[in-house]
Design a binder for this molecule. Structure first.
Ligand SMILES: Cc1ncc(COP(=O)(O)O)c(C=O)c1O
Length: 393
């Protein structure tokens, strides 16, 4: 087994976990939620797949690849609570969401409903899909601070109209880092006959996932965030009830080399010649993260996010966006900062203190989003707070 010689369980020495990553010693990386670097083991697993590919590309791509991808999908499916045959690998959540947009017939007057906590590119692609067909993207404001799950569901459902065709929401939101009550939202949406697409790049690992139980139509995620799989690995889950209607955004041969049986996945497995090694290394990333102990990972990284929340709130005096409960935020916390520009502050933290942390302008607010992965420490969070103390007026 790849991980058998790791000492996570025996030593529980989390502060030394950073040695498994190639992170530069002069950087305090509190930005795993944006781009999550892979540990050495995962990079090595990918390299080994690349060597096998290079050994006989025709044999690998035309005869072996479909079987290896099916195994990797099955492993990923067990991790996220979905049948492997209901998933396809895509390069990232953005590609997955574009496939959903290409597969959603919209007519003039139709509405796509989203929240004001969505990722900017997701809103942009739905706005474009709606504009093309005369439909409308409705961005419903979920006001902060959140108080209860029921309030979120009620507020969102109040924006549903007879013209709503699809509800799109983040499982864990990007600018605000809030865990939305996905199961409750899906239930309310299904009661109203609505189709649901969940934008989930931050959920795998941060949140225990059982996608089948959510009963959504689509779930898209990137594995190069919290799972720390290679960059360019993500997935799209499609519920069996809508598999026959999904459309590719890249059209190729429409069948998978080496497979004779037809499946809905055929259009998506072979999208022209590409490097499948990032997808094939996803099981190594799952194995790595599981070797840390998932519960322990969540407990520890939440404690760090909570530390950031407490110390930044003490510094600014500004109210956090959610109650102080694990169900509202996991390994990542977004905290309000005093008004000001976002980018110059992000640049200053990096240039003056070597701290990588994103600062967002979200509506009228300026937010700092602190991501805490296995390699982060309480001292790093303190360094961020000290730096903010220095640079904020
Ligand atoms: C909520 C959310 N959705 C979608 C994306 C897009 O992810 P990717 O760039 O991996 O496609 C991001 C990226 O940060 C995100 O935070």
């Amino acid at each position: 087994m790849l991980m058998s010689n790791l000492d996570f369980h025996s030593a529980r020495d989390w502060s030394s976990l950073r040695r498994h990553w190639l992170l530069r010693p002069d950087v305090i990386y509190l930005n795993h939620g944006a781009f999550g670097p892979s540990p050495r083991r995962v990079l090595e697993a990918r390299r080994q797949w690349a060597e096998r590919l290079a050994g006989d590309p025709w044999d690998f791509l035309a005869r072996q690849m479909a079987g290896h991808l099916a195994e990797a999908r099955a492993r990923l499916g067990r991790f996220v609570g979905a049948g492997g045959d209901d998933l396809i690998f895509v390069e990232n959540a953005t590609v997955g969401m574009n496939i959903v947009a290409a597969s959603t017939p919209l007519a003039p007057g139709d509405e796509v409903l989203a929240t004001n906590h969505e990722y900017g590119a997701v809103l942009r692609l739905w706005d474009r899909a709606c504009t093309r067909s005369g439909a409308q993207l409705v961005i419903h404001p979920l006001t902060v601070p959140f108080t209860s799950g029921e309030q979120v569901v009620e507020s969102l459902m109040s924006a549903v109209t007879p013209r709503t065709r699809l509800l799109v929401f983040s499982h864990v939101s990007s600018p605000t880092a809030v865990i939305l009550p996905a199961a409750e939202i899906c239930r309310a949406a299904r009661d109203r006959g609505l189709m649901v697409c969940i934008d989930g790049p931050h959920a795998p690992v941060q949140v225990p996932l059982n996608i089948s139980a959510l009963d959504c139509d689509y779930y898209t995620a990137s594995c190069h965030k919290w799972l720390a799989a290679p960059f360019g690995s993500g997935f799209l889950y499609v519920h069996p009830r809508v598999q026959s209607r999904v459309q590719p955004v890249v059209v190729s041969w429409g069948h998978t080399p080496g497979e004779s049986a037809f499946s809905w996945r055929d259009e998506f497995i072979w999208t022209g010649t590409r490097d499948p090694t990032a997808f094939l290394a996803v099981p190594a990333a799952i194995e790595f993260i599981e070797s840390l102990g998932l519960d322990e990972f969540r407990r520890r990284t939440h404690a760090l996010a909570r530390q950031a929340r407490e110390q930044i709130t003490a510094l600014t005096g500004l109210e956090p966006l959610t109650p102080d409960e694990h169900r509202w935020f996991g390994s990542m916390a977004s905290l309000p900062l005093p008004p000001g520009e976002a980018q110059p502050l992000q640049d200053a933290l990096w240039q003056r203190f070597g701290i990588e942390v994103p600062i967002f302008a979200w509506g009228e607010q300026r937010l700092v989003r602190v991501s805490c992965h296995a390699y982060n420490t309480a001292q790093e969070v303190e360094r961020l707070v000290d730096a903010l103390r220095t640079v904020l007026p």
